[in-house]
Design a protein around this ligand. Structure first.
Ligand SMILES: [Zn+2]
Length: 266
């Protein structure tokens, strides 16, 4: 299967060069991710459809750069349906009738079928879409070439779930990932394995920082990251909190008020 890359025309501080959305042409024309509703994106979509009617949009998760374009697509292409894993409290930001989908749902797309793979971690509702025949994965924000993925621990991110999701996708042994950001990932197993190694290294650093007497995420960030600008620093704090919460779930640290303490010498 060869999907058509359609840029969402939304470069910015949070999205870098902007998002890719992917059109699977065929009997059930299907768009993966909605973009943000930029006219240039909608024009490119209409042109790529070449007169065919868009049947549906599969949304990988409820972050606005993936979901916010749904109402604009609905206005221009009224027969399209919008499918995603529900995120209560979030999805109603975008006024379309969301059709709920979940793990292992088989969804007709183009002239073939893709399977939803629940891959929580970056967001609680995150789905990838797996095309078994070509071993291709529509990856959403699971992986981005040349960088790591942010786990927003105060906004639905969950590092433990993310690591499980990485392991699950590695087990699928994908040959290629069509991501929402950056270039097509041609060697996904290497990238996903490097993410696991990166998180293990960070975890080690967080444990060592607590052993050295740090008690708050801010203190840990000051120790293990070199000088950071304010915005990146705020993200680093959320990343460290994600690690601390994972270590708490693992039974290795506990939280007392705002201070984190190490539980073992392991
Ligand atoms: Zn996202």
């Amino acid at each position: 299967m060869i999907p058509v890359a359609l840029h969402a025309a939304n470069p910015g501080p949070m999205t870098g060069a902007g998002n890719w959305t992917w059109l699977i042409p065929g009997r059930v024309p299907t768009l993966i991710d909605a973009g943000v509703g930029m006219p240039a994106h909608l024009d490119a979509l209409a042109s790529a459809l070449g007169g065919a009617t868009l049947a549906q949009v599969l949304v990988t998760h409820g972050h606005s750069d993936h979901a916010a374009g749904a109402p604009a697509i609905a206005a221009r292409m009224p027969s399209a349906r919008f499918l995603k894993c529900l995120w209560p409290g979030r999805d109603q930001r975008w006024d379309v009738p969301w059709v709920p989908i979940g793990d292992d749902d088989q969804i007709e797309a183009g002239d073939t079928v893709v399977a939803a793979v629940h891959t929580a971690g970056h967001a609680p509702d995150h789905l990838c879409f797996w095309h078994a025949e070509s071993r291709s994965l529509f990856g959403g924000d699971l992986a981005i070439e040349d960088t790591t993925v942010w786990i927003p621990s105060n906004h639905g991110g969950d590092l433990q779930a993310y690591l499980r999701s990485l392991e699950r996708v590695i087990a699928l042994n994908p040959s290629r990932v069509f991501p929402a950001h950056g270039p097509i990932i041609e060697n996904p197993t290497a990238l996903l394995s490097s993410y696991l190694a990166h998180r293990q290294k960070r975890e080690r650093q967080v444990i060592d920082a607590l052993r050295s007497g740090d008690r708050t995420a801010d203190e840990v960030v000051a120790r293990i990251y070199s000088r950071l600008g304010d915005e990146i620093r705020a993200r680093a704090v959320e990343t460290v909190i994600a690690h601390l919460r994972k270590l708490e779930l693992d039974g290795l640290v506990r939280r007392c008020d705002k201070a984190w303490h190490i539980m073992t010498n392991g």
